[in-house]
Every structure is written in C-alpha cells, then in structure tokens.
Design a protein around this ligand. Sequence first.
Ligand SMILES: [Zn+2]
Length: 185
Amino acid sequence: MKRFLLIAVLLIPVAAWAFIKPVRVVAPELVGISCGSEFVCTDDASRYQEAAALYDEALHFIGSAVGSIEKPPRVIFCSTDECFQSFGLGKRSAATIGTFGIVISPRAWKPFYVRHEMIHHLQNKRLGMIKMWRAPQWFVEGMAYSLSEDPRPKLSEPFEHYRSQFKDWYTQVGKELLWTKASNL
Ligand SMILES: [Zn+2]
C-alpha cells in the first residue's frame, strides 16, 4: 500500500506535466524557455528587452487605467509557433492561465495584446476562479477588448458586440464600482 501511494505521488505530477500542457507556465525553463526575470520569459533571449518593454508598458497601463496588480503575472513571450503550441493553447493569439501566467504567441507581441491578457489576469485575481467561470462573456471579453484600448475599429463577432455591451455598462458603473458591480453579474 505504501509503495502504491509512493508511486502514485511520484507519477501524478509527471502525468499532469505531460497532459495538462498549460501548467508548463509554472516552470517554462523545463521546456527550453529562459526567464530573464521572475516575470518575463522568452524562447528567444535576443528579444528579451523587447519582451520586457511590452511587459512594463502593459503593467503600468493597466495599473493606471484599470486597477493595480498586486501580484504581477509571469508572461511567456513565444517568438515561434512551436513554443506557443508547446503549451497546448490551440489557435488563439495569447492566453491567460488562471493566475499562474500568460503566454503570448508570435503574432501577439503588441501592447494591446499584452494589456488584454493582463486584464484577464486581474479579473482572475479580483473575482476568483468561480466567479470568473460564471461571469458573462460580454463582461470578461468585452472588458479586455475595451480597456486594453484595442485599436481595431471592428472586431469579429461576438467580440464587437461584447465590447459595446461592456462599454455601455462601464459608462453607467464607473471605475470606482467596477469590481463590486462585476462580482454581482
Ligand atoms: Zn480575452
């Protein structure tokens, strides 16, 4: 029995590591990604400065436009599709994995994409996983597209609709009551 438990304890993290690829954000070094700081990692060390500048811009932008991020997220900037796909994230441009971290694809090295994902990180932090799971998509995505100041004049649907629905709601609610009202949605 003891031996069985020992084997189970040893194997479960290995299995999680193998099958739940997003958990790799916790230790990207193990898949060949280097972290120049606690918060900024990239698969192309020659682009570390560019990644760090995007990170700092987004963190300051969100801090003043949306709300302070007490525990900033780790962001992994992938310069290749191979790197991004190693996290098992499909066709999206970028992804936020709970409060563990953010992964940016090669086409998302732009200020508004990094801000968008940091807004999702802040939502996860402020509202918690359960509320986020229940929250309406017009709020979750509409807020990220709107407050990141995504410059695209027209997003593909349903996101354009989510963005305008959020804007209407936010005009009435205001910055002060944002999280209080959001937790009651
Ligand atoms: Zn989003």
